[in-house]
Design a protein around this ligand. Structure first.
Ligand SMILES: Cc1cn([C@H]2C[C@H](O)[C@@H](COP(=O)(O)OP(=O)(O)O[C@H]3O[C@@H](C)C(=O)[C@@H](O)[C@H]3O)O2)c(=O)[nH]c1=O
Length: 186
C-alpha cells in the first residue's frame, strides 16, 4: 500500500496494491496491520455506502460532535468524486483549511480523515457509489454540518451553488464562523 501525506498532514491518501491477472484484480482495501504501520490506529465500527444518481451531487460537509466524533476512510466503488476534508480543530495550525482529492474507480485511492474534520464530496459522474468506514456509530443527536459553499473555506467545488444537488439538510448548515468555538479542541 502506498501512503501519501496530504497538505493537511493528518489527512492521508492511501493506494492499495492491486494484484492484477486475467480475471481482473484483487486488493486489500483495509488491513489493520498495514494501516497501523501507516499510523492509522482507529477502530472502525461501521461501514457505509451511498449512491448518488447524478453528477454534481454534493453531500456534506458533515461531522459528528464529540463524544461521537468519527475518523473516516473513504473510497469510491463506482464513478468519481472530489472528496473534501476541512480541519475544524481550533488549535490546529491548519484550522479552517481543506484538502480536495479526486477519488475514482480508476485511481482506487482512499482518503483517511481523522476526527476533528468536516467531510464532504461532490460526484463527478452519474451513479457514483462511495464506500467508507467510520470509527464511531451514527448518532443523530451528534450529527452536525458546515456550509459546503461557505466562501471563507475557498473550496474549488466543480459545481455552482445554483446547480449543486443537495439534501434539504445540507442547504442549511452554518458557516465556519458560526460553529461553536469549543467543538474540537486539541
Ligand atoms: C450517516 C448515516 C445516515 N443514516 C440515515 C439518516 C438519514 O435518514 C439517511 C441519510 O442520511 P444523510 O442525509 O446524512 O446521508 P449523507 O448525506 O450521505 O451523509 C453522509 O455524508 C458524507 C459526506 C459523510 O461524511 C458521512 O459521514 C455522512 O454524513 O440515512 C443512518 O442511518 N446511518 C448513518 O450512519
Amino acid at each position: 500500500m502506498k501512503v501519501e501525506v496530504s497538505e493537511l498532514t493528518d489527512v492521508k491518501i492511501l493506494e492499495p496494491k492491486l494484484f492484477c491477472d486475467a480475471r481482473g484484480f484483487f486488493a486489500e482495501t483495509y488491513s489493520q496491520q498495514a494501516f497501523s504501520a501507516a499510523g492509522i490506529n482507529d477502530t472502525f465500527v461501521q461501514d457505509n455506502m451511498s449512491l448518488s444518481l447524478h453528477a454534481g451531487t454534493v453531500r456534506g460537509l458533515h461531522f459528528q460532535a464529540p463524544p461521537f466524533a468519527q475518523a473516516k476512510l473513504v473510497r469510491v466503488g463506482r464513478g468519481r468524486i472530489l472528496d473534501v476534508a476541512v480541519d475544524l480543530r481550533r488549535s490546529s495550525p491548519t484550522f479552517g483549511r481543506h484538502v480536495a482529492i479526486e477519488l475514482s474507480e480508476e485511481n482506487r485511492r482512499q482518503v483517511y480523515i481523522p476526527k476533528g474534520f468536516a467531510h464532504g464530496f461532490c460526484t463527478l459522474e452519474p451513479n457514483t457509489e462511495v464506500q467508507y468506514k467510520v470509527s464511531a456509530p451514527y448518532s443523530p443527536a451528534h450529527d452536525r454540518g458546515l456550509a459546503w459553499n461557505d466562501p471563507e473555506l475557498r473550496i474549488p467545488w466543480p459545481v455552482s451553488s445554483e446547480k449543486a444537488i443537495l439534501s434539504e439538510k445540507d442547504m442549511r448548515h452554518p458557516r465556519l464562523a458560526d460553529l461553536p468555538s469549543d467543538l474540537f479542541e486539541g
